[in-house]
Design a protein around this ligand. Sequence first.
Ligand code: HEM
Length: 415
Amino acid sequence: MDQHVLTIDPTGAERHTESAYLLAHGPATRVDILGQQAWAVADPAVLKALLVDPRVSKDAAQHWPKFPDEIVGKWPLALWVGVSNMFTAYGTDHRRLRRLVSPAFAARRVAALAPRIEDMTAQLLDALAAVAPGESVDLRENLAVPLPIQVISSLMGLPVAAQQAFRGLVDAVFDTTLSPQEAGANAVRLYEVLADLVAEKRENPGDDMTSLLIATRDEEGDGSALTEQELLDTLLLIISAGYETTVNLIDQVITTLLTHPEERAKLDAGKAQWRDVIEETLRFEAPVAHLPLRYAIEDIEVEGGLTIRKGEAILASYAAVGRHPDLHGDDADAFDVTRPLKDHLAFGHGVHFCLGAQLARMEAEIALRMLFDRFPDLAFAPDAELRPLESLISNGHQRLPIVLTPAGAAAAAVD
Ligand code: HEM
């Protein structure tokens, strides 16, 4: 077995080269993630099997021998593996923590949010329409970021000051170029803001998920429903999932459609629907590229004579999985909105399947449909330079400089 170790690029700049290497290398590849080794899995069948295997856990405290001594204060991604919420919980703890939140993401509840999301989008587009024609505007900063933040803030009942405070702090959680000290200082500040939020909502509860979680904890005074740490970390998970991931999906759909005009034409001609564009983008540019971490509870034999040993870490490499020819054919590297098979793993698989998948899909569809209806001629600004976010996890761009022409304005100018 080839024991070459691939260093995962923390700046995100080498993502596609990295994916190609992982795909060529077989079911699992030894990788170095900021100094810690793991098995990156990019084969869809192998990854799916691992994601439902009870011998695979996300609970570092129970199942990663390196945690906490070699990780806390020493590894920049310590927060990702050290939190106490459903994201890192195993077995009955996972079921307990997920059940507290999942009713809020039930299909009917989410569908009922559509009119509110349309109103929020309309307001953001009104502001964009006020930009002088021909002037460059950053669509990430002015649409892709604020819409998901407004939606999650409304669900969680976040006061404006908290919304603003979380912005930079959550961005930094996804920035994988920070040192362990910088990431640690960011986490300290993040917990201060979370504690302030809980204190404020304990005092003045509202009709929102933060207040509901606090009430659940406080009614069971012995902490049997969730501990104070689990409360803070559950809020952190939902806020950060809401702040970062859908942003990248909206960003990637805009970018991919503008760089593939022939695919945009299929959409305009009715040969594909927005739903198809969104699913193809999730496959082609998975918004969560690599997801740290999982651990083998026992030795696990993977195909090809490979064994993942007890205590070794596993990295789900969703961006590479989306380009795997076994699942998507020899043209897996092509963006094709009419592709029939949309079976990607961008939202994960198994018990940790993304709780916000339906919300994310709906938000993206509303935002994109309304954007392209209102500004059908939108185009990259002439000097636009697309730089990836500095993250091995988050797959988006630092900025999306766009020039907008409102529908009808181009024709009016010709008249
Ligand atoms: C395009 C947008 C999104 C993408 C690509 C995405 C992706 C993912 C992925 C890949 C996982 C599984 C992680 C694993 O391998 O264990 C996950 C889990 C999760 N996501 Fe999302 N997510 C998105 C949006 C959201 C939103 C909007 C929310 C909520 C507001 C959300 C809440 C969660 C939660 C709570 C989990 C943890 C579930 C568990 O561990 O049981 N996500 N997401």
